[in-house]
Design a protein around this ligand. Structure first.
Ligand SMILES: Cc1cc2nc3c(=O)[nH]c(=O)nc-3n(C[C@H](O)[C@H](O)[C@H](O)COP(=O)(O)OP(=O)(O)OC[C@H]3O[C@@H](n4cnc5c(N)ncnc54)[C@H](O)[C@@H]3O)c2cc1C
Length: 565
């Protein structure tokens, strides 16, 4: 029986495996991966030609293993380089032999006598269908199961239909003249929809791009460059992070001033309004019909609220040219699809479109965890989403107190742009630091950690620090016994803040889009290490990247009187 099992061999699973083994080289560790390749989102099977990350060179790597590749002209990392990086990373740290592929974990329960985790597998090839371990790390990602709308009537479709997750498989057919695809319909306003629309139009296809009317349906896209540098580099400054109200640093003087006083809020508002105006102007969003339809309806504080929509960077230099051209091949429709029949797509506004290929850019199913799937009692203990009617009453009290606290700390979050709140039937994940269930941590039962439970542009830094935190916790080095009340209060406050800061997106899952520095600081603080990695004035104005955390694992090991490795 392996001591540790990690479910999922994507970015988070691999980085956590490497970190755990660096600290505990003699432990047995297994990764279970449902697909045939590593990398998850960044697997060589999924990364399509032309996929560009929204990370500048140096931002998506670990502190001790640089990603070498060929950046785009604007300095962004290419998707294929991330896929290759993860393969090389797995080879370098001898992880490949520890991965069981095509091992989809169907359900996870716990043996009440031995307290071992029992993982039931659905394996294509022959083999055991059950495996046990002492410690469990869940790294199944948020974008593993494609979501396609269920309220659209589909009858005898005579067109190629697929989800953006399969873009690589269909790319060649769509971008060449094979199979006579001339007209493509795209549904959704996510970053993948931007890529699909651009790539099809650039290949000479007529594109009908349908996006629902609601204000949060269309991605907020940032310019590739700001002040001459890749724009995400601006977002990786502590100063920029301070301009967003965040529960993780709400006690600091800077936060109290910027978000708790009227002068501070004036500064914050002015900053975000100016940013919004610059972006809209630079992108010429009001110069064409298509442009106007791609403006997220978030009001003059659009920049501030942009995290409530999927965010991205306009990474194709001629995207805007294609979009705004008077003879553009792209036509945007702000409505929804009601049915697909033969080669016809019918829209809620009464129009009908002919299509040869249809792409769902409609996102992902979130609540897919196999953990405690058939065990409601265990589900409550491990903090995974459960039907709201089964939620213990004390959470209501905690959440109501959290509402009051967030409202008083961050008045700006009480005036969101008009939007229709979604009603989820499930509770959110209830995990402390977005990592561990309070009930188990409180009882000293350090055998379960979740990693990667949030959307963030800072995948590199967050994965590495979550991995170290997870390792320290599983090793019993983060004492949380007897702190249940404190942990549950924090969980409620984080979840309420998430909903108020990121609206429907925050309701669906955790996001740390503009506030990853305070979150990273919190993790580093828990580890008892130095949060301020740059020093002096660079602390506020310098760009944080994984390299700022170089040497952090031996640093932590030394602090814990373990041999630095
Ligand atoms: C199109 C797209 C573009 C993106 N662009 C960026 C970007 O530019 N920059 C950025 O930082 N982030 C980006 N992201 C976010 C991206 O998800 C993260 O960068 C990162 O890949 C998350 O890693 P993960 O390991 O948590 O999840 P994943 O990469 O999804 O990996 C999870 C793994 O778990 C496996 N798995 C899931 N369930 C099971 C199960 N039951 N049993 C066994 N295995 C299972 C999956 O097969 C997968 O391999 C993008 C996401 C998408 C979808």
């Amino acid at each position: 029986m392996p001591k540790v099992i990690i479910v999922g061999a994507g970015w988070f699973g691999l980085i956590t495996a490497k970190t755990y083994l660096q600290v505990n080289p003699t432990h047995t560790l297994l990764l279970l991966e449902s697909s045939t390749t590593i990398g998850g989102t960044w697997s060589q099977d999924r990364v399509y030609d032309g996929l560009v990350t929204h990370n500048a060179m140096g931002a998506l790597e670990t502190s001790d293993t640089p990603l070498e590749g060929t950046p785009t002209a604007e300095g962004y990392i290419r998707g294929e380089d991330v896929a290759n990086y993860l393969v090389q990373f797995a080879e370098k740290y001898n992880l490949l032999s520890r991965i069981v592929f095509e091992a989809s974990v169907d359900s996870i329960d716990r043996d009440v006598n031995t307290e071992e985790w029992i993982l039931k597998l659905a394996r294509k090839s022959e083999g055991e269908d059950e495996v046990r371990c002492e410690k469990l790390i869940m790294a199944t990602g948020l974008t593993s199961m494609p979501f396609t709308p269920t309220d659209i009537h589909i009858m005898d479709p005579k067109m190629t239909i697929f989800h953006s997750a399969e873009w690589k498989k269909w790319q060649e057919i769509l971008q060449t003249d094979k199979q006579g695809v001339e007209r493509v319909t795209i549904y959704g306003g996510s970053k993948s929809a931007f890529d699909a629309a651009y790539m099809c139009a650039a290949a000479g296809k007529k594109v009908d791009w349908i996006i629902r009317e609601s204000g949060q349906s269309v991605s907020s896209m940032f310019s590739a460059k700001a002040l001459g540098r890749a724009s995400p580099l601006m977002a990786s400054k502590r100063l920029f992070n301070a301009l967003s109200p965040c529960i993780y640093n709400s006690e600091t003087m800077t936060s109290r001033f910027l978000h708790g006083t009227s002068v501070g809020r004036w500064i914050v508002k002015t900053y975000w309004k100016t940013l919004n105006n610059i972006i809209m102007k630079k992108h010429g969003m009001y110069t064409s019909e298509n442009g106007r339809k791609l403006v997220p309806e978030l009001g003059e504080m659009g920049g501030f609220w942009s995290g409530s929509t999927p965010t991205g960077v306009i990474s194709q230099p001629d995207f805007l040219t294609h979009l705004h051209a008077s003879n553009s091949l792209i036509t945007i429709h702000r409505t929804s699809i009601t049915s697909i029949e033969g080669t016809t797509i019918r829209l809620a506004n009464g129009a009908s479109l002919l299509s040869d290929a249809h792409i769902w850019c409609t996102g992902w199913v979130r609540d897919t965890t196999p953990l405690a799937r058939d065990n409601p009692e265990l589900a409550l203990r491990v903090g995974v989403p459960v039907p709201k009617e089964g939620s213990p009453e004390h959470w209501e009290t905690l959440e109501s107190a959290a509402e009051d606290k967030i409202k008083s700390l961050f008045p700006l979050l009480s005036t969101p742009p008009p939007y229709k709140p979604i009603q989820r039937s499930n509770t959110p994940y209830r995990v402390y630091r977005l990592l561990v269930p309070p009930a188990m941590a409180d009882a000293g039962d350090h055998t379960l950690v979740f990693v990667g439970l949030m959307h963030t542009p800072a995948t590199g830094m967050i994965a590495e620090l979550q991995a170290l935190w997870a390792t320290a916790y599983l090793d019993g080095r983060i004492p949380l016994e007897g702190k249940k009340r404190e942990m549950e209060r924090e969980v409620a406050e984080v979840n309420v803040w998430m909903k108020r800061r990121y609206l429907n997106l925050g309701e669906k899952c955790a996001n740390v889009t503009f506030e990853f520095m305070p979150y990273l600081d919190t993790l580093v603080g828990d580890l008892g290490l130095n949060r301020r990695r740059k020093g002096g004035v660079r602390e506020w104005f310098g760009t944080y990247s994984p390299r700022d955390y170089r040497g952090i694992i031996p640093e932590w090991a030394r602090k814990n009187e373990k041999v630095g490795r």
